[in-house]
Design a protein around this ligand. Structure first.
Ligand SMILES: NC(=O)c1ccc[n+]([C@@H]2O[C@H](COP(=O)([O-])OP(=O)(O)OC[C@H]3O[C@@H](n4cnc5c(N)ncnc54)[C@H](OP(=O)(O)O)[C@@H]3O)[C@@H](O)[C@H]2O)c1
Length: 227
């Protein structure tokens, strides 16, 4: 199958790319600066294509979609994300940080999905996996803070639900994920699991998911999460 992974130069995106290549899939892996993505370049094979994409920049998304032309994509993994640590406490809320997380996580994810919809419609699997976070769950928020990240991931979750409804009649499965607390630059060294476990789990859920699972919030073990 043909997969597209955003934010593939490090962290979870890099591990998605590794495991998909190992499983024999074709992967388009995007990053903001492919020439500097040394870990990703080290995976280079005939099944891997590196392309430039900044999901927060409309002109980058447009150029990317144009470069893909009418190529079919089976599964879009909207992995790229940002956590603005400057906006952790309400007293010190930095609205530039709030806007930045929205531009990347909320609007960027939606813009990429819209731009690639013609390609996804040409694919057979018709699946979209949005990598969100439990921090975007309203029910799970018992500790407050992290306004920028929490609000932007709640937006991803709402977009997932609307997309699932809007694209259901065309046979699309649209999922939103909490990948676990994972040891990456974002998750930090104290996180509970390592990327291979998170990614293997999420790929299994994506693989097994159909319309019944669409529009719902999953963790990497396939457990459903509350909104
Ligand atoms: N790690 C965790 O514990 C955890 C928990 C819950 C959810 N998540 C979610 O999982 C996803 C992957 O996280 P991670 O842990 O791998 O984070 P990470 O190590 O910080 O990597 C983030 C990736 O997103 C890319 N990115 C950031 N802004 C971008 C933009 N404007 N356009 C394109 N790419 C952009 C980064 O590219 P650059 O290198 O160019 O910055 C990088 O490739 C994110 O959506 C994150 O919110 C992670």
């Amino acid at each position: 199958m043909h997969f597209l992974v955003t934010g593939a130069n490090r962290g979870l995106g890099l591990e998605f790319t590794k495991q998909l290549l190992e499983a024999g899939h074709q992967v388009i892996a995007t990053s903001r600066n492919p020439s500097e993505a040394s870990d990703l370049r080290a995976l280079e094979s005939a099944s891997l294509r590196l392309m430039a994409l900044d999901i927060s920049k409309p002109e980058s998304v447009d150029a990317f979609a144009k470069a893909l032309n009418d190529e079919a994509i089976d599964v879009l993994i909207n992995n790229a994300g940002h956590y603005s640590r400057v906006s952790v406490g309400f007293d010190h809320l930095n609205f530039d940080g709030v806007l930045h997380d929205f531009a990347v996580n909320g609007i960027g994810t939606l813009r990429v999905t819209q731009a690639l919809l013609p390609n996804l419609r040409r694919g057979n699997a018709k699946k979209i996996a949005n990598i969100s976070s439990k921090m975007g769950s309203i029910t799970d928020n018992t500790s407050g803070g992290s306004y920028a990240y929490r609000m932007s991931k709640a937006a991803v979750n709402m977009a997932t639900r609307s997309l699932a409804n809007d694209l259901r009649s065309e046979g699309f499965t649209v999922l939103t994920f909490h990948p676990g607390w994972v040891q990456t630059d974002m998750g930090g060294p104290n996180a509970l699991i390592e990327p291979p476990e998170s990614i293997a789990g999420m790929l299994k859920v994506v693989d097994n998911a159909g319309l019944e699972q669409s529009g719902r919030f999953w963790d990497y073990r396939g457990q459903e999460l509350p909104w």
